[in-house]
Design a protein around this ligand. Structure first.
Ligand code: SAM
Length: 238
């Protein structure tokens, strides 16, 4: 039974930037389920799409894998099929737990900055809710490298929180997302302390920016396959 997220429950004198440390890793399944609308649909469907796209003995890279929920979803869909899964995260606390949760020798876990991960020949690259943590100025170069290095018919599955261009839409989705978190048991204080902690580390883009960047990076076609409030998932085809 995953532990309940209480990381931001007590009042904090000084709020430091959010990190995926041991305290967060410990409660991560509960935290992400209560914070990201649609997460519990996106993960299994990502597994389904990835499993349908990867050939026998192919390569799937899960960048920013956290506890490996999406890696596990791919494996569940593949059954016994031979495949190589590379699960990457730069949080040792996350990877230590992921390794315990997924004892499958088709998976290689690697603790590194995903900006330096070798994805050569990858049939599928998964980036669920991680691009938003990469420095904005480095995002185009990262996606350009991934597109260049993946297999010629490679598929990128990218999920992100998005920003709206119109103030009216932005305030509607901000307010609704806040209500979503309250409905899931977070207090006003928890929500506001976490928002402050994320302010400098989670920088979100508009849909137009995502599409422009993916096109600039070389992806020939982009489709949004899922949306729940201000959270969107894309398929980007090399
Ligand atoms: C919101 S979580 C991703 C959730 C996960 N993909 C899932 O679907 O369950 C973001 C993860 O990305 C990792 N991360 C952030 N920046 C990274 C980087 N530069 N390199 C590797 N991992 C990174 C964090 O440690 C964290 O575990």
């Amino acid at each position: 039974m995953p532990r309940k997220d209480q990381v931001f429950r007590a009042p904090q004198q000084q709020i430091v930037d959010f990190t995926f440390d041991d305290a967060v890793a410990e409660v991560f399944p509960d935290m992400i389920r209560r914070s990201v609308p649609g997460y519990e649909t996106v993960v299994p469907i990502t597994g389904l799409i990835a499993a349908r796209h990867v050939p026998v003995d192919g390569l799937v890279c899960d960048l920013g894998c956290s506890l490996g929920a999406t890696t596990l979803a791919v494996l569940r869909q593949l059954g016994e099929q031979p495949v190589h899964l590379l699960a990457v995260d730069n949080s040792q606390a996350m990877l230590d737990r992921a390794k315990q949760l997924i004892p499958d020798d088709r998976v290689t876990f690697r603790c590194e900055d995903l900006q330096h991960t070798d994805v050569t020949g990858a049939n599928v690259i998964l980036m669920n809710y991680v691009l938003q943590f990469i420095e904005p100025g480095a995002r185009t170069e990262l996606l350009t490298n991934l597109c260049h290095d993946m297999a010629p018919d490679g598929l990128l599955i990218l999920s992100e929180k998005i920003r709206y261009e119109s103030d009216e839409d932005q305030s509607f989705y901000d307010a609704t997302h806040l209500a979503y978190k309250k409905a899931n048991g977070y207090s006003e204080l928890e929500i506001s302390q976490k928002r402050t902690a994320l302010e400098n580390v989670m920088i979100i883009d508009s849909e137009a920016e995502h599409r422009r960047r993916l096109a600039r990076a070389g992806f020939r076609r982009v489709d949004s396959w899922f949306r729940c409030l201000n959270w969107v998932s894309y398929l980007a085809y090399r």
